[in-house]
Design a protein around this ligand. Structure first.
Ligand code: SF4
Ligand code: SF4
Ligand SMILES: [Zn+2]
Length: 174
């Protein structure tokens, strides 16, 4: 598979159950906040992975998001996705082992979109899921035409220069 398409989309929230309520430990979190977050989450399936990646900027063609029922092989085999489900944490930052060594390695590897994970998880801890999703949506939407922007996209369909990241220098499309 062409990684250029793969990195354009990972997560649905169907696995998030009331068992995970304690994981929504945002400031001021209480039962009401959690219920609100869960409702919000149900509406926004597939918008993120437990690792802190924002699926809206991914763009893999055969995947509706890390938590969705339609995922590609990469997502199906992802150790972080599996691990977070087993540990029943919505986000890795709510795990007592965070950041575990494999996740830390992944967050700091050669892929620029992985570098968003740590700040994303920090933001989620500080401000909660809802505010993060709002901020991400804004960040990954073209200010000029309102189109979705993907991680490595250099130019928007409207012609606006997006100043996108470069792919790792040793990257070769399959
Ligand atoms: S948990 Fe794995 S599959 Fe899901 S968004 Fe993160 S890296 Fe991708
Ligand atoms: S052990 Fe690592 S991958 Fe698993 S939930 Fe904790 S931080 Fe995430
Ligand atoms: Zn545009």
């Amino acid at each position: 598979m062409n990684i250029l398409t793969r990195i354009t989309r990972p997560p649905n929230a169907s696995y998030i159950s009331t068992r995970n309520k304690a994981s929504f430990d945002s400031p001021g979190s209480n039962e009401e906040d959690v219920d609100r977050l869960e409702k919000d989450l149900a509406m926004k399936q597939s918008q993120y992975g437990p690792c802190g990646l924002y699926c809206g900027a991914c763009g893999a063609p055969d995947c509706d998001g890390c938590g969705s029922n339609r995922t590609d092989d990469y997502v199906k085999g992802c150790r972080f996705r599996k691990c977070a489900r087993e540990k029943q944490v919505v986000f890795c930052c709510f795990c007592s082992d965070y950041p575990c060594p494999p996740l830390y390695e992944f967050m700091t590897d050669r892929w620029p979109h992985h570098w968003t994970m740590k700040p994303n998880l920090e933001f989620i801890k500080q401000n909660g899921l809802e505010k993060w999703l709002e901020a991400q949506k804004e960040e990954w939407t073209c200010r000029n035409c309102g189109a979705e922007i993907k991680w490595y996209q250099k130019v928007c369909a409207c012609g606006r220069d997006l100043g996108g990241w470069d792919l790792p220098p040793d990257f070769r499309p399959e």
